[in-house]
Write a protein that binds this ligand. Structure first.
Ligand code: NAD
Length: 341
């Protein structure tokens, strides 16, 4: 069993812990919290040994939430740590991880140079094999890679122009985000295009981004100039065969992100998570070489299976990306194709 620690049991960390815990070849040896919140209690209830920072042990003890020890003690018990601390904090932990000689996975909020490789399971799994520090790219970058990589492989891509319509904050976050406003990212291109190039270096992509007052999901509006003319049917068939991509139709009552999340609830998904990228089948439009499409990205969920695959790649226990993806997806209940709606 691969022994995995999760540093930062927040939005991403708690989901990664659950996903790891479902795998046959991995176990959670502990998670960290900085405060004795309901999430700390929930981690214990789920059977995850709870750890904290050295200066917080007293706080936990006083509040009656017992911890097993400090982060450093946890790291000594693990083969690998998945760092899910807030943006910019993971980078600060790198010297500690290096000192203890533990492999580390960082999240998309960290700069790409924190790691030896950025990671997407479908597009560049092999680059993470045996590496010590790997960054799973952000939710938006993961979403773009999932649908663009197969297009590039099958048809060739001349260039991509994409606009990210971004949720202002996550549902549980009451501190940030435009409340009654739309906030364009005025620096063009937005950081998403260059971030995709950390995974697919030779992709000619330019992105823009706009934040809107919603918490549920992002929507991407994408225009791809392909190397050759295609039909909407060919593109649809390609994505039907692509792992972690699902196709839905507005005619089934799935016109918006609100309805996609309702679908996830009805599917009994934990925390309403949609780990897959959702492409609207009836939004796929082709004119000659040019493909237009919309996709929905559940920011809290889609990077979670990528973290599981990164563990296998870094420890070298599975060298084939499709086999790792299949294992992860079977354990978590991740689907592909057009069966949902
Ligand atoms: P979060 O704020 O929900 O969770 C962060 C957790 O880390 C919290 O439990 C917090 O208590 C803990 N923490 C804070 N400071 C710490 C410290 N010094 N040491 C240890 N733990 C600490 O954040 P999140 O949304 O889960 O984001 C984590 C990372 O994942 C970021 O890099 C972010 O950019 C990336 N990411 C977030 C999303 C998203 O939509 N939420 C999507 C993809 C990637």
């Amino acid at each position: 069993m691969i022994r995995v620690a999760v540093n930062g049991y927040g939005t991403i960390g708690k989901r990664v812990a659950d996903a790891i815990n479902l795998q046959e070849d991995m176990e959670i040896v502990g998670v960290t919290k900085t405060k004795p919140t309901f999430e700390a209690l929930e981690a214990k209830r789920r059977g995850y040994p709870l750890y904290t920072l050295p200066d917080r042990v007293e706080l936990f003890n006083k509040s009656g939430v017992k911890v097993e020890g400090t982060l450093e003690e946890l790291l000594q018990k693990a083969d690998i740590v998945v760092d899910c601390t807030p943006s910019g904090i993971g980078e600060k932990y790198k010297p500690l991880y290096q000192k203890l000689g533990i492999k580390a996975i960082y999240q998309g909020g960290e700069p790409s140079n924190v790691a030896e490789a950025s990671f997407n399971a479908l597009a560049n799994y092999a680059e993470a094999i045996g590496k010590r520090h790997v960054r799973v790219v952000s939710c938006n970058t993961t979403g773009l890679c999932r649908t663009l990589y197969p297009l590039k492989q099958k048809f060739g891509i001349k260039n991509v122009k994409a606009v990210m319509i971004r949720r202002a904050s996550d549902p549980a976050n009451t501190k940030t985000g435009p409340i009654n406003a739309i906030e364009p990212t005025l620096h063009v291109p937005s950081h998403h295009g260059p971030d995709v190039q950390t995974i697919i270096p030779d992709l000619n992509i330019t992105t823009m981004a706009v934040k809107v007052p919603t918490t549920l999901m992002h929507v991407h509006s994408v225009i791809v100039n392909l190397e050759k003319p295609v039909t909407a049917e060919e593109v649809t068939n390609l994505w039907l065969e692509t792992p972690r991509v699902i196709l839905v139709e507005s005619g089934r009552g799935l016109k918006s992100t609100a309805q996609l999340i309702e679908m996830a609830r009805d599917m009994g998904r934990p925390r309403s998570d949609l780990w897959e990228i959702v492409v609207w089948r009836d939004g796929i439009h082709v004119e000659g070489n040019t493909l237009y499409y919309y996709q929905g990205v559940h920011q809290e969920a889609n990077v979670v299976p990528e973290n599981v695959d990164a563990v296998r790649a870094m420890l070298g226990v599975e060298r084939n990306n499709l086999r790792s993806i299949a294992k992860t997806d079977k354990a978590m209940g991740i689907i592909q194709g057009g069966g949902t709606g």
